[in-house]
Design a protein around this ligand. Structure first.
Ligand code: 4AD
Ligand code: MG
Length: 463
């Protein structure tokens, strides 16, 4: 007998087929006239498949009438047209096998709805809930769009290292990687000698694959890297994770306007694909989480992003009829409240801010002729704020060395990065899109911890 998924079995074309399905019971209802309805889910869709189990089945009394949420079963039967609302098909069971029971006295995910906070404590079970199943499918669609978007434009996918010796963002928010005996060190507090450490030098988990992506872009043209990145910032917010995924394209012979076009195109492509492929899941987010997500994604996919210089943004904030906790001031980084005002109120759609003061941005950004600003760009969206950070890179050796010294970095530590400017330097640009931030925006989920399977935040690494 052919094995098919719940998604396939729910399509009208499946009517008449004999098939085998495997999955987990969501609910069981017994009718008075001697049969039971079992709702089966296998993760391929949000919706369940209704299984009709007649009392004549051999194990009807011994097993089927004991099925409860979470039990795993195999069903063999015939797919029929259904009169029930919300479904066009159902299965008339001919054989039901129970793989595993889930004690209803103990299984945490009974019918009752749990808070997202509670579900975080059950990260091993929450993918079985409607919301987390839908998030996993939308996240998957977004990853697929990212690869499709770049590969269709002839980008090369490169893998940059997770363990690194350099701090790309210069913010010192790195996790150290070591094989030194920390307990010994803690007890003896002797001087640290990295000669005894695995890499003969301090090593860290990467905060960004950008510097290594630049190595490949300045040899192969258009590349992107996509992988986990780590930040040891002690931020307990709804938008920060200690481990998150970032996609980072890097393009040789490109300047800032092209970089912005690439970023805007990526976001629109992601939204268009999600609306196309994940209609049912997106309807669920719109009904249950945030009733604006469908309209927002549709309008963003079709309209142009506003482009505004940092200086213009500060002017807008200064004349805003509004009291900010942190008064806006040229030369100071924007706070979340400023970003939200710009995207949600002043402009009402995504904004690309560019040309930031050099003092608040990392060493690698191209210095403008005014000597005060750098060719940085951030893409801001309503509610979530910054989802992309990028820039044109400084490709002039002397300027780059000067910027490093200004930021107290030793150019000798970055000799290989400077070599890219010594030998055949070219203008180039790139950006980083935080995967979880875009999943958060797409689904309307309020907390970033709920859009990554296993969130790492200060104090949390159980699973
Ligand atoms: O703005 P960031 O720090 O930029 C970079 O790392 C550049 N090297 C990227 C590049 O040009 N190749 O980070 C990029 C994006 C942010 O816009 C945000 O979406 C996400 O990464 N991000 C985080 N997401 C979750 N938790 C955190 N702690 C994040 N920090 C940054
Ligand atoms: Mg940033």
């Amino acid at each position: 007998m052919e094995r098919i998924s719940v998604a396939e079995a729910r399509r009208a074309e499946a009517v008449g087929r004999q098939a085998e399905l495997n999955g987990w019971v969501r609910t069981r209802r017994d009718s008075k006239s001697g049969f039971s309805f079992v709702e089966l889910n296998d993760g391929t869709t949000l919706a369940n498949l209704q299984i009709i189990c007649d009392a004549e089945l051999a194990n009807y009394d011994s097993e089927i009438r004991r099925l409860s949420p979470g039990c795993s079963i195999r069903v063999r039967g015939t797919i029929k047209e259904s009169g029930g609302k919300g479904q066009s098909t159902e299965v008339q069971a001919e054989d039901v096998h129970v793989y595993g029971w889930a004690d209803p006295e103990q299984y945490p995910l009974q019918k009752k709805r749990h808070s997202f906070e509670k579900l975080r404590e059950w990260a091993h079970l929450r993918p079985r809930s409607n919301t987390f199943g839908a998030i996993a499918r939308v996240r998957n669609s977004i990853c697929r769009s990212i690869h499709d978007y770049f590969l269709e434009q002839d980008f090369l996918y490169v893998h940059t290292p997770i363990i690194t010796a350099s701090d790309c963002e210069g913010a010192g928010e790195m996790f150290k990687v070591t094989t030194l005996d920390l307990e010994m060190l803690a007890k003896k507090s002797t001087e640290l000698d990295y000669k005894f450490d695995f890499f003969d030098r301090p090593a860290y988990l990467t905060v960004s694959g950008q510097l290594e992506a630049e190595i490949f872009a300045t040899a192969l043209g258009k590349v992107y890297t996509f992988g986990p990145t780590f930040r040891a910032e002690n931020s307990n917010t709804s938008r920060h994770l200690a481990e998150f995924w970032m996609v980072e394209p890097e393009v040789a012979f490109a300047e800032l306007p092209e970089d912005m076009d690439l970023a805007e195109g990526l976001i629109k492509r992601i939204f268009a694909d999600v609306l196309n492929r994940c209609g049912e899941d997106m309807q669920f987010f719109n009904d249950r989480i945030d009733d604006t997500v469908l309209a927002t994604l549709t309008s963003i996919a079709e309209s142009d992003f506003e482009r505004l210089s940092y200086t213009e943004a500060i002017a807008l904030l200064e004349k805003a009829d509004r009291k900010f906790e942190y008064p806006p001031q040229w030369g100071v980084d924007l706070q979340a409240e400023h970003e939200r005002y710009l995207t949600e109120e002043a402009i009402g759609r995504p904004v690309i801010l560019f040309d930031y003061p050099s003092t608040i941005k990392p060493f690698y950004m191209y210095v403008n002729d005014d000597e005060k600003t750098v060719r940085a760009m951030d893409v801001l969206v309503p509610k979530v704020g910054e989802i992309i950070g990028g820039s044109q890179r400084e490709h002039r050796l002397d300027v780059l060395e000067r910027r490093m010294r200004e930021q107290n970095l030793d150019p000798d530590d970055y000799w290989w990065y400077l070599d890219l400017r010594r030998y055949g330097t070219v203008p180039h640009a790139g950006f980083g899109l935080g995967l979880e931030r875009i999943v958060q925006f797409t689904t309307g989920m309020g907390n970033i911890r709920d859009v990554i399977p296993f969130p790492r935040t200060p104090g949390n690494a159980e699973f």
